[in-house]
Design a protein around this ligand. Sequence first.
Ligand SMILES: [Ca+2]
Ligand SMILES: [Ca+2]
Ligand SMILES: [Ca+2]
Ligand SMILES: [Ca+2]
Length: 282
Amino acid sequence: MLDAVGGFNNVLPSPNNLIAMLGTGNGKFGSAMLMSSGDSNADIDALEVADVTGDGHLDIVSNTLSQISVKAGAGDGTFGAPILSGRGSSGTKPQTATLVGDFTGEGTPDVVAVITTGSENIAGSDVVLQQGQGDGTFAVIQTIHIDSNSATSDLADLSGDGRPDVAVEGMAGFDFGVYGLFVFLTQPSGTLRTPAYLPRGFGALVISDVNLDGSPDILTDGILRIQVNLNNGSGGFNQLMELPAGGDPSLAADFTGDGKPDLTSDLGTSPFSFALYMNTTP
Ligand SMILES: [Ca+2]
Ligand SMILES: [Ca+2]
Ligand SMILES: [Ca+2]
Ligand SMILES: [Ca+2]
């Protein structure tokens, strides 16, 4: 049954910043369960649901104002006290992504936290790789700084070697920093390579194999264009295809039922409206 888990922007600090609603099996959800990530002042902008304790039950991976928080799922819809470790958030600077995957390759899920450390004027973010210990704790093994304010990030095996890689879309600062796409490929040693930077997009990204060649491509938001950054098969994205479009790419999924991923874009209008682009790859 489908359950829902979310986090709060704690504008007014409250004792709870996580919410879970269990599916009731008829398309509805039960009453909201409020929980704490372990820090009532922390904004939860990005959480992930994954089994990081190795017991087969899904856990909630989020953050406090300084650390990664794991609430271990018991499998019955209840969660344990927060397990805190590693590095998350950065005071009030947001953790914009919590990406869970086995980067180091020994079978235990690790976390990449993408944390904006800069300001509106001077852009900067830390991409922090933290090795999972298998018990819900993480140890920082690598931090890479980029001169861009992270907005959207995701992971996928972009290079085709079986290891997850990371893509980060960032925004420029008024005085310093760049907008665009940073691609971090995971090396056989289990750490991230220095990112490849492409000045594409202004903060939105979606990863999907849109040309159906088996390698995930990256969609970014150009000016009145959706930029399709085609993967060369080994995680290089120099080849660019542009679609005249309004709005930011938001979701790739097969809406038409032909097995090809279609795309929605958020048109940024009120009331909310979106566009649907049908994938016409032959
Ligand atoms: Ca678990
Ligand atoms: Ca690992
Ligand atoms: Ca890879
Ligand atoms: Ca592709």
